[in-house]
Design a protein. Structure first.
Length: 399
């Protein structure tokens, strides 16, 4: 047995040295919700009431209620609101229920608005938890952030194990972080924010948690939990390990997965991933330490990371306890297992429909990768099934 153990250790170390390709896991999936209009799906969120129901959020402004058998009906239709000028990144980008739902019937929406361009965090309320109908008389804007451009609006708000709401914001858009919002501590752009939706501070419509790292620090907005982000596309709390994952979309060098720490600075736009941002050649500010991503890949593998979630289902045991994510540009998908702040396991994922790979290749068009499979989010139903959302208008379910 000792010889086998020593040999296994040697083979693992040898494969690490020579850079062996990670194991590929094939995950059979099937299309669901066929015949249902579902353009640009953004997320599927289980309703936290033990009913087995879920909400499917569409970027255009509609939210569908899915029964346990995935039969759809309309939960909320916001398509009449002036959310979108450029449909590529603007629109309805996230939804989360209050952590004490259904005792507290509130839920929170994050979306863009026009004239002027801005992102808003809006509080709404359920009036009948059984039928899951929305109280049309209740709507309150908690937070409003001006947006200078149409892109880098970021996405889904999440509640942490502390009961506070965490919200990721992009750097304002365009390219090269032209206003240096990523490092500007007077701005809420390019940050992870942490607020208390159960209280109010001064003129704010929300409270500032006492544990926020920059409370009472001159020159800093007290809502800031972390900074130095470009376009963080999906936050995910792994509540079992109290780890906050953030997938941050790069510009033209690196895509990255970050583990968000209190007061952490992730480098943009001094850095992109672990390397200096080559279009802004400048020295890092003295005394500032940047936190490296836990995982990164360059643009030979993808061009726009789509964050996901920790897989805890049973049908794909090789992926259990792994963070599953993919790339919108190439369709390539990964799973990484993190322990003590480091990646201890990495796998490639091929999703198959009728034994045919969905994400096994892409074409280069005018120097950019084009894939028919565009993963935008990886969600789980209460049953443990993995749901893969394809921005092209498809939703896939694992078995």
């Amino acid at each position: 047995m000792k010889i086998i153990s020593i040999l296994s250790t040697f083979l693992f170390l040898f494969s690490s040295v020579v850079g062996a390709e990670p194991e590929t896991v094939r995950v059979p999936v099937k299309k669901v919700l066929e015949g249902v209009e579902k353009a640009k799906p953004i997320m599927i969120l289980p309703v936290p009431d033990q009913s087995g129901r879920s909400l499917l959020v569409l970027q255009g402004g509609k939210i569908l209620l899915l029964s346990k058998s995935l039969k759809p009906s309309t939960f909320l239709d916001m398509t009449g609101e002036k959310m979108i000028d450029n449909s590529f990144e603007e629109g309805l980008l996230g939804l989360v229920f209050h952590p004490k739902y259904p005792q507290d019937k509130r839920f929170f929406l994050y979306h863009t608005l026009q004239n002027p361009k801005r992102s808003v965090l809006v509080e709404r309320r359920i009036d009948d938890p059984g039928k899951l109908t929305v109280d049309a008389s209740h709507g309150r804007v908690l937070l409003e952030i001006g947006q200078p451009y149409w892109n880098h609006n970021s996405g889904i708000p999440v509640f942490g194990p502390d009961g506070f709401l965490y919200l990721s914001t992009g750097d304002g858009g365009k390219a090269n972080d032209p206003h240096d919002f990523g490092q500007n501590t007077f701005s809420l752009l390019g940050k992870i924010l942490r607020i208390d939706v159960n209280s109010k501070d001064g003129d704010l419509k929300y409270g500032i948690p006492e544990g926020n790292p920059f409370v009472d620090k001159p020159g800093f907005r007290p809502e800031i939990w972390a900074l130095g982000l470009r376009n963080p596309w999906m936050l995910h709390w792994d509540l079992s390990t109290s780890t906050l994952y953030c997938a941050d979309v790069g510009q033209h060098q690196k895509e990255e997965v970050n583990l968000i720490q209190k007061g952490g600075n992730y480098g943009w736009s001094f850095r992109e991933g672990t390397q200096d941002f080559d279009l802004k050649k400048r020295s890092s500010p003295e005394g500032v330490e940047f936190i490296d991503p836990v995982f990164e890949y360059d643009h030979t593998q993808g061009t726009s990371i789509s964050g996901g979630s920790i897989y805890r289902g049973k049908s794909n045991p090789k992926l259990r306890d792994h963070y599953v994510f993919g790339d919108w540009g190439t369709g390539k998908c990964w799973a990484i297992r993190v322990s003590n702040g480091k990646v201890v396991g990495e796998k490639n994922i091929v999703f198959t429909e009728n034994k045919e790979g969905l994400n096994m290749g892409f074409k280069m068009v005018k120097g950019k990768p084009k894939s028919s499979f565009k993963p935008v989010n990886f969600c789980q139903l209460p049953s443990g099934r993995m749901m893969i959302l394809d921005w092209s208008g498809q939703v896939y379910s694992s078995y």
